[in-house]
Ligand binder design. Structure first.
Ligand code: PHE
Length: 509
């Protein structure tokens, strides 16, 4: 058997579904619709689509294209550009690792809620309206008074977390082949469930009012720089770029495979999923407003609040199909999350380790799953929600934006945007023009750094993030520095199989 043989997607469709699965996730449901409502209604699509074209798509083309060129995950790609750049592939590896440790805990909550929705455990009718918040914070999380009080482990969360990791292991240890096939199903099921939720939402009373809040355009919002920050950071988060994983997914594409069209399809599918999810969320919100006679401000519409308080309230007061819709909603979140979680665990964390140390897939998968499960236990404690929030800020905001901007700069200027473009154009359906070079070299990194500085540093340095005590908010800076230092240490260790660049495809014998 040829030793240097890279694993491959079984078809172009499985690659695209795997990429779509990694991009669509909880953020499409609980971030995008809310941001749209908050920042100008339908007008939010303007900065979002502009950002997608200027930053998001070039970034994804870059990750797929570079992964395919060097046939390696993120660290191998940067090592291939020059040994001194390898750290820049390890830094986002830590973003992937940190994110997957808590993302899987949220998936575990979804599993708990899938079970408790079957009986609407927080109560039906008015009881449920009053009970939903307490059920989440007290019963499920047992939330403590602050990040300094960890309390004990919440065993149902630990159990579901273990189950989640067993499922991830069973998918990832067989590599791209199985990941591709599972993604086709996972994405299809998530979309089907989302469609059920949209139909249910649109057939509830109050739908017009709810959708008005979602989409009613407010053109003056475009003048507010915040709407642009919000759009750019949501694009980066939603496309799942900047997490090391897309390099690995690109490295499983054959030498004849398309890159740019796949990136465009993935981006369009992700954006459409977000837009579509907004119909489910805001039609349901319109119903809550009408049923409880409350203003929209009192409906929990974003983040965990939406999933684990707002939607449960809706389930409690729906006129029919309550438990059914509850189960569908949480299973939908589960599938959305799962396809992103194994992307992070395999493409973001395991593949770089396999490339670097020559580990086999099974060994890498066992180590990654066990270590990530154990690291995730901190979020299964009573203070876990606070830690989750702090680590989320570190990884999915700062690490994502900073390493993304640096990657665009190094690939654009050192490797060469033109070289990448010409390489990608050789085999891609969509041919990129010279404009691509400038987007990658200047516009994308400038946009990302702008968001990190004005939307992040400027605030978090002035006042500790989210009102946490200084020591807790400082964990952000400590994690950024520690992961950077360890990235350099990993760079110093000799690589087992250095990336060659344009490695020949060999036949399996
Ligand atoms: N893109 C995912 C979402 O929108 C979030 C995510 C980011 C998942 C990074 C994995 C990696 O929910």
């Amino acid at each position: 058997m040829a030793t240097a043989l890279r694993e491959r997607w079984t078809s172009r469709a499985t690659f695209i579904f795997a990429a779509i699965g990694s991009a669509i996730g909880l953020g499409n449901v609980w971030r995008f619709p809310y941001l749209t409502y908050e920042y100008g209604g339908g007008v939010f699509l303007i900065p979002y689509i502009i950002g997608l074209i200027l930053i998001g798509i070039p970034w994804m083309v870059m990750e797929f294209g570079m992964g395919r060129y060097f046939q390696r995950g993120a660290p191998g790609v940067f090592e291939g550009i020059g040994k001194k750049w390898e750290w820049l592939g390890w830094w986002p590896f830590f973003a992937a690792f940190l994110i997957v440790t808590y993302y899987t805990v949220v998936i575990a909550w979804c599993l708990i809620y899938t079970v408790s929705s079957a009986t609407v455990a927080w109560g039906v009718g008015q009881a449920g309206v009053q009970g939903a918040e307490g059920y989440f914070f007290n019963t499920v999380l047992g939330l403590s008074s602050g990040p300094g009080v960890l309390g004990g482990l919440q065993w149902p969360i630990v159990g579901m977390l273990l189950l989640t990791w067993v499922i991830i292991f069973l998918i990832m240890f067989r590599g791209a082949k199985v990941i591709g096939r599972v993604s086709v199903w996972g994405v299809s099921v998530a979309w089907a469930f989302l469609a059920i939720l949209v139909v249910r939402g649109l057939t509830l009373p109050g739908v017009v009012e709810g959708l008005n809040f979602y989409l009613d355009p407010n053109f003056s919002a475009l003048a507010n720089p915040k709407i642009w920050f919000a759009a750019f950071s949501q694009i980066a988060f939603s496309l799942s770029v900047g997490m090391a994983g897309m390099f690995a997914y690109g490295s499983f594409v054959t030498k004849k495979g398309d890159v740019s069209n796949s990136a465009v399809i993935t981006s369009i599918a992700d954006t459409s999923t977000s837009f579509f999810a907004g119909f489910a969320i805001f039609s349901t919100a319109g119903y809550i407003m009408q049923a409880l006679n409350i203003p929209i401000q009192e409906v929990a519409l974003r983040s965990m609040g939406l999933a684990f308080v707002g939607f449960p309230v809706a389930i409690s007061v729906m006129p029919a199909l309550n438990a059914f819709i509850g189960v569908i909603f949480f299973l939908c979140l589960f599938f959305l999350g799962l396809t992103s979680a194994y992307f992070l665990a395999y493409g973001g964390v395991a593949v770089p380790l396999m490339d670097k140390f020559g580990w086999g897939r099974v060994k890498a998968s066992i180590i990654v799953c066990v270590v990530s499960f154990l690291a995730g236990l901190i979020y299964a404690t009573q203070g876990g929600l606070y830690w989750l929030d702090i680590v989320d800020r570190t990884a999915s905001f700062y690490l994502l934006l900073i390493t993304g901007a640096l990657a665009c700069i190094v690939i654009g200027w050192v490797f060469g945007a033109k070289k990448l473009r010409e390489y990608v154009n050789e085999t891609s359906d969509i041919k990129l023009g010279a404009w691509f070079d400038w987007l990658l070299k200047v516009i994308a990194p400038a946009g990302l750094l702008f968001v990190a500085i004005y939307g992040g540093f400027a605030q978090d340095i002035a006042t500790p993030y989210s009102g946490y005590p200084l020591w807790a908010a400082s964990i952000i800076w400590i994690l950024l520095v520690v992961t950077l230092v360890v990235s350099f240490i990993l760079q110093a260790i000799k690589t087992r199989t250095p990336a060659g660049g344009e490695i020949e495809e060999r036949k399996v014998s």
